[in-house]
Design a protein around this ligand. Structure first.
Ligand code: GTP
Ligand code: MG
Length: 431
């Protein structure tokens, strides 16, 4: 999949001038490639629409059309392939691996140990797979191969007791516990892994998912996430299938991040997964860094970051509506977001009018109130309503939307926000 995407991008980077027809062709190429990599159809359509629309929008200052198209593809691909990279704890002390039968847990345990060894840490392996008789030998041999401390109990039946014993005995920087696989996510598996979780209190709870699951990875990732609170995902066997794109995007939709991918059977074939770098490589545009710098200086990034993190006062909240407004009328914005069909359902003019009135409401607040809307009790609300000539219900609605937005930004990861786009924000507001 990634090879094909690179080829499509090369067609663009080789061109002198890029026009709408080239963009159409690029979007079509990408659609085909992503669909054949088993990426969700709706996601692919959304991506290609966004690439088509955004590529031909008004050029940001300082970028040529070609650079802009490359930047748009980079942004959009990054956003479906995971957004920001998963935060790496440089020195996790305890790692628990979970996953269904044959997903690659045991070999991944050894690869992870190798990864931390190369960082100069002592990494130990614990076999807590009490289901499969050969599991003990398999991990023991891998541990010997990389010269890592190993603990297991041949023929042992109690994974939790084995783990407790290993934790008491082993003094490594990083302890990695391998667990049993099952054919399906059943009660026994969940009980066992939850018990291990309680005993180990892992810094990282990693779900191992094979790339060839494609989109089916979604339901598995979700089920494990709900049961355990997975902190990271490792997608294995990316070398053996073209469906990796499907697995990665599906996992990402559950809210858990892909931290590593594995690319072969050997203990060295583990790669840290950084969507930005990954996409940068796919796009293969030599000057990607320069291009991104150019693009970001044209944007007030600090402000966007602040909003994304949920730290904004009511003035900044309103300025988001104003900046959206600059992009066009509400009706055009809905079209751009692919939400054109909502137009019939909402009273666009009414909403525009309401948001215009919020300006007066905000102007009637004191600077202290704007910074700390929490102080607004009913007597202040009354004062603001009469000062701005709007009903109290409008003041309350603005405040309600403000705190909803704040809460939402705090609970939604930036990547998700990006994918849900402003469409998500509008929907939350019932607009
Ligand atoms: N090609 C390729 N093969 C892999 C990769 N990761 C794992 N495998 C192979 O997949 C098979 C299963 O891997 P295991 O690590 O035993 O999987 P497991 O999840 O521990 O399996 P159970 O313990 O039986 O549930 C082995 O033959 C591995 O060598 C990979 O990235 N690429
Ligand atoms: Mg195993």
């Amino acid at each position: 999949m990634f090879e094909k995407l690179r080829e499509s991008m090369q067609k663009i980077t080789r061109l002198g001038i890029v026009d709408a027809e080239h963009v159409e062709e690029l979007a079509r190429d990408m659609q085909r490639t992503l669909l054949s990599a088993d990426v969700d159809v709706a996601l692919v359509m959304q991506l290609s629409d966004r690439i088509k629309n955004r590529s031909m929008e008004k050029l940001p200052e300082g970028l040529s059309r070609k650079e802009h198209v490359i930047k748009v593809v980079y942004d959009e691909l990054t956003s479906i392939l995971g957004g920001e990279k998963s935060e790496t704890v440089l020195k996790p002390k305890r790692i628990l691996l979970a996953g269904l039968y044959g997903t690659g847990k045991t070999s991944t345990a050894a690869k992870l140990a190798r990864f931390y060894q190369k960082k100069g840490l002592k990494a130990a392996l614990v076999c807590c797979d009490v289901e499969r008789p050969a599991a003990y030998e398999q991990l023991k041999q891998l541990a010997e191969k990389i010269d890592a401390p190993f603990y297991g109990e041949k023929g042992g039946k109690d994974a939790i007791a084995i783990l407790r014993e290993a934790l008491a005995r082993m003094g490594a920087d990083v302890i990695i516990a391998d667990s049993s696989g099952r054919n399906a996510l059943d009660d026994a598996l969940i009980r066992e892994i939850k018990g291990m979780n309680d005993v180990m209190k892992p810094d990282e709870k990693i779900l191992v998912i094979p790339a060839d699951m494609g989109q089916a990875a979604r339901s598995q990732a979700k089920a494990f996430h709900d049961a355990l609170g997975i902190t990271d995902i490792i997608v294995t066997k990316t070398d053996a299938t073209g469906k990796g794109g499907g697995a990665i995007t599906a996992c990402y939709e559950t809210g858990a991040k892909v931290k590593f991918i594995t690319t072969g059977e050997g203990v060295e074939s583990l790669e840290q997964y950084d969507p930005r770098k990954f996409v940068g490589r796919i796009i293969g545009f030599a000057d990607m860094e320069t291009l991104l710098e150019k693009a970001s200086s044209a944007m007030d990034e600090k402000k966007a970051e602040k909003v994304m993190s949920g730290n904004f006062d009511i003035e900044e909240f309103y300025s988001q509506f104003e900046s959206i407004k600059k992009m066009g009328s509400f009706s055009q914005i809905l079209d751009m977001m692919g939400l054109g069909k909502m137009k019939g359902k909402v009273n666009i003019e009414g909403q525009e009018e309401k948001i215009r009135k919020w300006r007066f409401v905000i102007d009637s607040m004191t600077p202290h109130e704007k910074k700390n809307p929490d102080v607004l009790d009913s007597s202040r609300i009354k004062r603001i309503a009469s000062g701005s000539g709007t009903p109290e219900s409008d003041v309350r609605e603005l405040l309600g939307n403000y705190s909803k937005a704040k809460k939402m930004m705090k609970t939604i990861s930036p990547g998700k926000m990006k994918r849900g786009g402003m469409g998500g924000v509008f929907r939350k507001f019932g607009i």
